[in-house]
Design a protein around this ligand. Structure first.
Ligand code: SF4
Length: 352
């Protein structure tokens, strides 16, 4: 089936679910491993400090089977570094054998080693935060060159690719450089804003030291909106999404607003949240969250200890109501059948 046909079917599923009120998962993110070869200073879970076992191939198959039965469209394999899961090729093969869209987020180090598996993925997202030393400052020496090497290999092999750039203090002035990089390597540009980060002990969430002051974040988002207008198909996220982040009504150190907090804010129209209703994230310990941002903030049921569908059904009724996380908000917009986001979805995945 062609990518366009898959997108049309996905769009129809969103439409039917939106207007029949039927809630079913569209996308599931699975943190398949904590292992990572890098130690990025802003890593939201400090994965390299955690020591959960990898989710086994057996459990991943069980999870994928359950979500497949519920009608999921996309499985996104994340980590840590997902290519470091010892059975990564078998996992990709299994997801693809179900006819599902399978994507992965990687630092790029192992793409050449596992090129046959990489070719089977529908989208590979490589993390790059800036050119050369701007990237290496937070992601580690040599990581820029390895990410570029991965992009070159993907370009040569015609693999759909995107660049994930996390906006932070020291890279905001290089947004236009990232645009040039995306054009050069035929990649979609996928900006992200910083998540709260696990403390040293891993128990408390803190604001990352890399978080810029609010006015600089807003300036960067305004520039991104202008770039998006000039290069509409080059960015993963829609203008509506960037505008939601730009209009965030409180400090960017306040990562999300719960129902009772949102009630008191009158100058902001929140994008309705579908976390836990059309998408979810499973952490390496098996706990399932409405979205990645709520890891550590939510008393999550565990898919390794109970039936997967039963766990999924437990996460719908959370009180988190608004956020500025671009990747989550885009899913919320699509789930809400926002026209700008739907058209954007059709545009972006065509780049080769
Ligand atoms: S509002 Fe945002 S952070 Fe909160 S659950 Fe929804 S998607 Fe996640």
């Amino acid at each position: 089936m062609s990518n366009l046909s898959k997108k049309i079917i996905a769009g129809m599923k969103v439409f039917i679910r939106r207007f029949t009120g039927k809630q079913a998962p569209l996308e599931i993110n699975i943190h398949i491993t904590d292992k990572c070869n890098l130690k990025c200073t802003y890593c939201y879970s400090n994965f390299y400090k955690r020591h959960n076992d990898d989710i086994s191939l057996h459990d991943i198959k069980r999870i994928v089977d359950s979500f497949y039965e519920m009608g999921v469209i996309e499985v996104s394999l994340i980590g840590g570094e997902p290519f470091l899961h010892p059975q990564f090729p078998e996992i990709v093969d299994y997801v693809k054998s179900k006819g599902l869209f399978c994507s992965a987020v990687t630092n790029g180090y192992f793409v050449s080693k596992l090129i046959d598996t990489a070719k089977k993925l529908d989208m590979i997202c490589v993390s790059i935060d800036g050119l050369n030393e701007v990237n290496d400052l937070t992601r580690g020496n040599g990581s820029f060159n390895k990410a570029i090497e991965a992009l070159e290999i993907m370009q040569k092999n015609n693999i759909n690719r995107s660049i994930r750039a996390t906006l932070q203090k020291h890279n905001l002035q290089y947004i236009e450089d990232m645009m040039d990089l995306a054009v050069k390597y035929g990649a979609i540009l996928n900006f992200g804003l910083l998540f709260p980060q696990s403390s040293e002990s891993g128990e408390v969430k803190v604001v990352s030291n890399e978080t810029p002051p609010d006015e600089l974040y807003k300036n960067a988002l305004s520039r991104i909106i202008e770039l998006k207008k000039r290069y509409p198909s080059r960015f993963f996220n829609s203008i509506t999404n960037f505008t939601n982040a730009l209009n965030w009504p409180v400090s960017y150190t306040k990562f999300f607003l719960f129902e009772d907090e949102l009630k008191n804010i009158t100058n902001f129209k929140a994008v309705p949240c579908y976390g836990g209703r059309t998408f979810a994230t499973i952490d390496t310990d098996g706990r399932i969250y409405p979205c990645t941002n709520l890891i550590g903030y939510y008393d999550a049921p565990n898919v390794l200890e109970m039936d997967v569908k039963e766990a999924w059904n437990k996460i719908k009724d959370h009180k988190c109501s608004a956020c500025f996380y671009l990747s989550s908000v885009e899913k919320n917009l699509v789930s809400n059948f926002n026209i700008d986001a739907m058209l954007n979805l059709l545009k972006v995945k065509r780049i080769k």
